[in-house]
Ligand binder design. Sequence first.
Ligand code: FE2
Length: 379
Amino acid sequence: MQTTLSQDGAVLTLSNNDQSTRFHAIWLRDNAQDPETRAQANGQRLIALRDIPQGTYMSTARLDGGQVSITFEPEQKTVEYDLDWLLAHAYDRPPSTTRGWISKDIATWDATLQSNVPTAAFPELERRGAAFADWIDQVTRFGFGKIEAGPIAEGALYQVVDLFGFVRETNYGRLFEVRTEVNPTNLAFTGLGLQAHTDNPYRDPVPSIQVLYCLESSAAGGENMVVDGFACAQRLQQENPAYFDVLASYCARFEYAGEDGVCLTSRRPLIELSPDGELIGVRFNNRSLAAITDVPFDQMDLWYAAYRRLGEIIDDPAMEVVFRLDPGEAFVVDNTRVLHARKAYSGTGKRWLQGCYADKDGLRSTRDALLRQTQEAAE
Ligand code: FE2
């Protein structure tokens, strides 16, 4: 069935069978792809909205093959659009009323992922071929990935970050050492097990990627464990929607002031939703949760019950994936979504990891650029 077109000046309607999708004149004009509106080299918009007259309308619109030609008034400007581009960017659909939906780019998981941990060999990743594309796609989808067969050298974790982005330096340094210390200033430096958590929720914005790289591991135990915070939040919502709602509706507070000259604070919910209900972040860290002062008095009992239940779900072995890091092995984790933990270890022998932060935009950019490259090659 052929696509047909109609317009009434303010709205363009594209119809195909009984499906139709509408576009506003102002949206179409703003999204013109002609050389006066968009730089052809980098695709950046050359005009501001103030350059488009208020009350812009269409005087004519024609469909010819795969091209839509529209003349805008009062500019008397004619612009060509690819029909496929318009259909790919259609927005005429009912608004989402679901709270807690997730992007189609990601997949939630539980302990059943254990036999399928996204893993790749470092030399293979460095070649940046198909194995790299596949690994980076899986890290985006599942929120974590393991790397094997990397160099056993201090600072090797920077080579992991080089695969997709840039180190985010913090007050802990460009990298931080994770090993036993006699006088620990932070619980991460002892042999105790740690509850699964996201790192540094007291930063604003939080570092969205963490890399942990193993250089020495002769102590028994100390396995790494990851939990999908989105899967936990969704399970909480299924069990008790009121629990999910209270954690998503009010801000928690986080704080770290454990060293001189540092006082990091943030005010964000444990479960973060976009304004249209997409689940976009989980923050969970018992060590740095500060006094909660933004939950109304009559909701505080509910908030604590929900927080307790979320913690129980996070601690449930049915949600966790466990793996050991040996020297030259590392993992990359999406710190806005996937919680990580360390099992207790014996304290005899040594365990030495180096960690650093980076950001997720680099990871996604690398993945999406690879994806476009593959699509263009296929065209
Ligand atoms: Fe951590």
